[in-house]
Design a protein around this ligand. Structure first.
Ligand SMILES: Nc1nc2c(ncn2[C@@H]2O[C@H](COP(=O)(O)OP(=O)(O)OP(=O)(O)O)[C@@H](O)[C@H]2O)c(=O)[nH]1
Length: 312
């Protein structure tokens, strides 16, 4: 009887109603989730930094082993790089002495005969001025941007012109007939450039449409590119003008080349800073015509227009 009374007094077992326990949303609370781990890590890092700050020592000082380098080679490289940067800072920086209103950038178009120099200059002039220029006599200066004027000069195929232009050109467009390959003139010009401070040089491959086989075209482009890189420097810019249509190069390719020239930055050259020069791009004879008529060999008064590029 007593036993029965005890059982009646005891609470009855009740089923759990929570969904977690019914199995549908059961989550093992003992396993930490990635979020929880992240949170813990962050809390620990904060605590560590606070501790370090309070002690007045950094985490690196506190636990140097954790910050020791893993690879001796990598550490050596890092050290060498740091030293290089420090030594570089010790050099006297190159002073850019270009005036506020700089003279036009001089672009020399160099290459063997019949390679397409005149056509290229004409196309570039047409692109920026929207006016075709049929006859090109001497240097042509055009405006390429808000702050950039460019003078194009075609280089004659003689050594004197090459030497003169190598001394004054800011940028050289080195044209090469891809169906023929690099010619002697190109190597000659590069040698001349080398002793005159080496201006910026960009290669332009023309007559690519003469190579009909696509496989040959691909290999030619590749070989010429690598040959060009060995002569200038690996990675030197080389443009491809893949064909001519109605006497003009493809508009897109010319646009690309023009854009490249218009935004190009020029480093001041050491050689130029010690060799001032005057570039006359226009010449006018002011002598009295009557005097010339009387004596064709009389002394002449000549007026030269151009820019003095003087570096004090
Ligand atoms: N098929 C083809 N013909 C071209 C290409 N580039 C130029 N030409 C032609 O080659 C000929 C010579 O071009 P020019 O621009 O006069 O060459 P140049 O280098 O100024 O010649 P010189 O002033 O005599 O040294 C022209 O008839 C052009 O149409 C090209 O990529 N493909």
């Amino acid at each position: 009887m007593e036993e029965n009374e005890d059982l009646a007094n005891k609470k009855k077992h009740r089923e759990r109603h929570s969904a977690r326990w019914k199995g549908t949303l059961a989550v093992d609370r003992t396993l930490p989730t990635t979020l929880a781990v992240e949170k813990l890590k962050r809390r620990k890092a904060k605590k560590d930094s606070l501790n370090a700050e309070s002690d007045g020592i950094s985490a690196k000082q506190k636990n140097p082993k954790a910050f020791a380098f893993n690879s001796a080679i990598r550490a050596e490289r890092r050290f060498r790089r740091k030293q290089d940067i420090e030594t570089k800072k010790q050099h006297i920086p190159l002073v850019d002495r270009t005036p506020i209103e700089p003279p036009p950038v001089l672009v020399a178009v160099v290459g063997p005969p019949k390679v397409g120099k005149t056509t290229l200059i004409q196309n570039l002039i047409r692109l920026f001025t929207k006016t075709p220029l049929a006859n090109i006599k001497g240097p042509v200066t055009i405006v390429m941007g808000k702050k950039r004027r460019v003078t194009f000069i075609e280089c004659n195929n003689d050594i004197n012109s090459m030497i003169d232009l190598a001394k004054v050109a800011d940028l050289v467009l080195l044209l090469c007939d891809a169906s023929f390959g690099f010619e002697m003139e190109i190597f000659e010009f590069l040698n001349i450039c080398q002793v005159h401070g080496m201006p910026r040089i960009m290669g332009v491959l023309t007559h690519l449409d003469m190579i009909k086989n696509s496989k040959t075209l691909k290999t030619t482009k590749k070989t010429l590119k690598h040959r060009f890189w060995t002569e200038i420097y690996p990675g030197a810019k080389l443009f491809y003008l893949s064909g001519i249509l109605h006497g003009e190069y493809l508009r897109n390719e010319i646009k690309n080349l023009g854009r490249f020239i218009s935004v190009m930055k020029f480093r001041p050259l050491q050689w130029r800073s010690t060799h001032s020069y005057l570039l006359g791009d226009r010449l006018e004879d002011l002598t009295n015509q009557e005097l010339i008529r009387r004596d064709p060999k009389c002394d002449r008064n000549v007026s030269l227009y151009g820019y003095v590029r003087e570096y004090p």
